[in-house]
Design a protein around this ligand. Structure first.
Ligand code: BGP
Length: 490
């Protein structure tokens, strides 16, 4: 079996909105996730709001916007799991010690924008927020764990969204730039590796889950994505100019898929999905220019090409240093009638693949797909790659302080083997940070029972629990995997 390179970054990944908690402490402002309720895989998360006349309400389906006159609000009678996450805010020392015990070389976390700029447009950053992350980075340094920091992971300041129209308004680019400049200046000696936006391509994905998604909202998604590309390119160029030792990466949701059959029409359908859902973002961020197929896409969607061509020089000047993506599952696409739909993986919805097993949440498990995707990405971009999310969301049982999770070990083993094979194929893979290395709140459902961690956190879907931490069997397995640099996978 191929060896993982020396200095390979074994680690784990989290995000502030799902993990950090302390939503109303230390001067932090609100994010959209703070006004979003918990749910299950069969019922959508809801955004709660208040109307000018004082009546309150909640959205009822994914992608639904709150009424025009309404303001998002935290309401009595609803449960908001992201308020607590799994409380990294008060447990960071204990948690980082556990990561160190597993042997982590890298820890992916995000900075909560509303902790640094509570409303996004404040004249000065929040000193308590700045100080909190200094303490976290000091703690990581103690154990020689390299931070990998996502600058924006699903928690933009709510004020920017509600008062400015968020990323549809290009002024948000300026506020983001200011936020990044503050981060680079403050943490230049603590953090070398940065990701500008988590799963940037998710901005245009909603229409793929909702068949009757309004065309105008779909078009807005592409403009939002463009504005984020520009913001990312600007701060990447800024970092390269002012802090040359910093490395900036993209983070793209790994929406990999296959044609359901070898009917060339299915092959073509799948190629178009891959272009739209994945390469569109990768090409802009790594190559610094929109791909050739973009023009036709814009035309078909009724988008004005000039809007996308106005920032050509900026995109070119702000190309990323490395490629990162999330990889959980794959799906299939077909033109054939009557094919069975799958349960939807991470941000994707396609057709059922009879050759792979599915998790309890309906996400296809496909380690070979990881190897395939690594090869595809490296062939296309030729820059170092990090797999910054991967894992199995499952129900775990805590008994006598122990959690036996052989299903998670099997999933991880197969994916580690697939990465080793990809390295053997010639791919320059430099990091693996499996998702939710410690249990945290699910992004799609807001559940706690959908757990990814190698560390169990005692908290349930009603917000009850001690928040105590417990090592699962997978904790010991991963420790051995890291110690042997990916060789001992038994
Ligand atoms: C990705 C997100 C993460 C994470 C993960 C798992 O889309 O970047 O934030 O949550 O998916 O998804 P879920 O929590 O819905 O199971």
């Amino acid at each position: 079996m191929t060896k993982f390179p020396e200095n390979f970054f074994w680690g784990g990944a989290t995000a502030a909105n799902q993990y950090e908690g302390g939503y109303n402490e230390g001067g932090r402002g609100l994010a959209a996730t703070d006004v979003t309720t918990g749910a299950t895989k069969d019922s959508p998360r809801r955004r709660t709001y208040i109307l000018p006349d004082g009546t309150t309400g909640a959205t009822s389906k994914v992608g639904e916007r709150i009424p025009e006159q309404a303001r998002s609000a935290i309401l009595d009678g609803y449960y908001y799991p992201n308020h607590t996450g799994t409380d990294f805010y008060h447990h960071y020392q204990e948690d980082i010690a556990l990561f160190a015990e597993m042997g982590f070389k890298m820890f992916r976390m995000s900075i909560a924008w509303p902790r640094i700029y509570p409303h996004g447009n404040d004249p000065e950053p929040n000193p308590e927020g700045i100080a909190f992350y200094h303490k976290v980075f000091d703690e990581l340094r103690k154990y020689k764990i390299e931070p990998l920091v996502t600058i924006s992971h699903y928690d933009d300041p709510l004020t920017l969204e509600e008062e400015l129209g968020g990323w549809e308004n290009r002024r948000t680019i300026e506020y983001y730039e200011r936020y990044c400049q503050t981060l680079f200046k403050e943490y230049q000696d603590d953090v070398q590796y940065w990701l500008t936006f988590n799963e940037i391509n998710s901005a245009t994905m909603i229409s793929s889950f909702i068949p009757d998604y309004p065309k105008e909202l779909d078009r807005a998604g592409y403009r939002v994505l463009h504005n984020k590309f520009v913001a990312s390119a600007k701060v990447t160029q800024y970092a390269h100019t002012h802090y040359p030792k910093l490395k900036i990466g993209c983070m793209i949701a790994g929406l990999f898929s296959y044609p359901l059959t070898c009917d060339p029409k299915d092959v073509l359908a799948n190629q178009q999905k891959m272009q739209n859902y994945f390469y569109y973002a990768g090409d802009v961020m790594v190559r610094g220019t929109y791909p050739a197929f973009a023009k036709k896409m814009w035309r078909q969607l009724g988008l004005d090409e000039a809007f996308f061509q106005q920032d050509t020089d900026i995109l070119k000047a702000g190309r990323v240093d490395f490629f990162s993506y999330s990889y959980y599952s794959t799906s299939c696409h077909t033109t054939h009638e009557g094919a069975k739909k799958d349960g939807g993986g991470n941000l994707s919805l396609g057709y059922y693949n009879e050759y792979i097993p599915y998790s309890e949440w309906g996400w296809g498990m496909d380690p070979d797909g990881l190897r395939i995707s690594l090869n595809e990405i490296y062939d296309r971009y030729q820059v170092p790659i990090m797999v910054v999310e991967n894992g199995l969301g499952a129900v775990d049982k805590l008994e006598n302080g122990q959690v036996h999770d052989p299903y998670r070990i099997d999933y991880m083993r197969a994916h580690v083997q697939a990465m080793a094979q990809a390295i053997d194929d010639g791919v320059d893979l430099i990091a693996y940070t499996p998702w939710g290395c410690i249990d945290l709140v699910s992004a799609s459902t807001g559940e706690m029972r959908k757990r990814y961690g190698m560390i169990y956190v005692d908290l349930n879907d009603q917000g009850q629990g001690t928040l105590d931490r417990f090592r699962k069997d997978s904790f010991y397995w991963y420790k051995k995997c890291i110690e042997s640099n990916g060789e001992d996978l038994d």
